[in-house]
Structure formats: C-alpha cells, structure tokens
Design a protein around this ligand. Structure first.
Ligand SMILES: Cc1cc2nc3c(=O)[nH]c(=O)nc-3n(C[C@H](O)[C@H](O)[C@H](O)COP(=O)(O)O)c2cc1C
Length: 175
C-alpha cells in the first residue's frame, strides 16, 4: 500500500491548515496516511555556526519520514505574507541535509486562512520553491475563508469540496 505523509506548515495546536490536511487525508483511498505535527520537530533557529556543531536529531527524524513516503500532502499557513517561521526553519535545516528532500515524489499542495486570499503568498512560495526541493506538485487546492467554508471537520462549501475532490483524484492517480 502506498504511504502518504501529510502535514501543515504550522505549529498551532488549533491549526486550520492541519484541520484541512486531516480532512483531505480522510478522503484518500487505499493508502496509508501519516499526519506529521511540526511540534514534534522543534529546532533552534538555523545558523551556519550551529550547523558546524552537527545536526539536531529532529532533522534526520523529519527527513526519514519524507524518505519513507510515496507522496505528500502539505498545507501552508501564512504569516506576514510568507510561510511560518517554524516551517521555514525546518525547511532550512532539512535542506542542508538533503536539498531534494521531496525526492521527486508527487505532492498535493494546499493552503488556507480566514481571509479571501486563502494564504496565497505562502502557497505561491511553496509552488515556486518546493520543485527545487524535489517536489512534483501534481495538484493544488486553496481554501479561502476557512471559518465560513469549513465546519465539523469538513469543507462545507460544495463547489470548493468538489474542487478538493478533483485535486485528490489527480494526486491519487499520480501515485
Ligand atoms: C504573526 C501572524 C501573521 C499573520 N499574517 C497573515 C498573513 O500575512 N496573511 C494571512 O492571510 N493571514 C495571516 N495571519 C493569520 C493566519 O493566517 C491565521 O493565524 C491562520 O490560522 C494560520 O494558519 P494555522 O491555523 O494553520 O496556523 C497571521 C497570523 C499571525 C499569528
């Protein structure tokens, strides 16, 4: 059975991106899905000086999870027009151990926020940058106005839910 690693680019205990990831993962069929939490990979702010002392174990723990996957579901939270500092820091550390950390495997890239732009800038960062790290972005989905469009663990706007299901189908077909 194919193995999917899914995570949100957030450390919030109430992360809306994680809620979207959990819902999306629940719609996949015939795959084994593991949802990661960035809080399980706490890291000091990257510096080349710290790196000289060696890599924290959390970097290889995160990379090991990525290595084992056949595909990825990632939803990016937006802070001040970019991905969160916690996620960027994890990306920076991991990229020093393995630049192509997504190993040319398929990715469903998502984002959400409570605004109408659906965390577009964080999403665009991922869309532009992740291919350089080996991500094969095969489908995408952005959920605007999370508070109106998501309830009880589900996307409740039918049009958007259909769009998400299409993105999931493309992702599944690429595995
Ligand atoms: C420091 C900070 C900066 C933020 N900047 C933005 C922003 O630039 N654009 C946006 O749409 N939302 C912004 N937000 C709101 C976040 O999108 C919101 O907190 C969302 O819940 C984050 O996703 P998460 O719940 O998955 O962590 C910001 C929130 C914080 C705490």
């Amino acid at each position: 059975m194919k193995k999917i690693i899914a995570f949100a680019g957030s450390t919030s205990s109430t992360s809306i991106n994680k809620q979207l990831v959990i819902y999306t993962a629940s719609l996949l069929q015939n795959v084994e899905t593991k949802i990661l939490d960035l809080n399980d990979y706490p890291l000091p702010v990257f510096s080349v000086d710290l790196e000289k002392n060696g890599f924290p174990i959390e970097v290889s723990m995160f990379l090991d999870q990525l290595k084992k996957a056949d595909g990825f579901i990632v939803s990016l939270a937006e802070h001040n027009g970019n991905v969160t500092a916690a996620f960027k820091n994890l990306l920076d550390w991991t990229s020093r151990m393995e630049l192509k950390m997504f190993f040319e495997k398929p990715m469903l890239l998502m984002s959400t926020c409570n605004g109408a732009r659906a965390a577009k800038l964080a999403f665009e960062y991922g869309q532009m940058r992740f291919p350089r790290h080996g991500a094969n972005i095969v489908s995408t989905f952005s959920l605007p106005e999370f508070k109106d469009n998501f309830s009880d663990g589900k996307v409740v706007n039918e049009v958007l839910n259909d769009e998400l299901k299409e993105a999931i189908n493309s992702f599944q077909n690429s595995l």
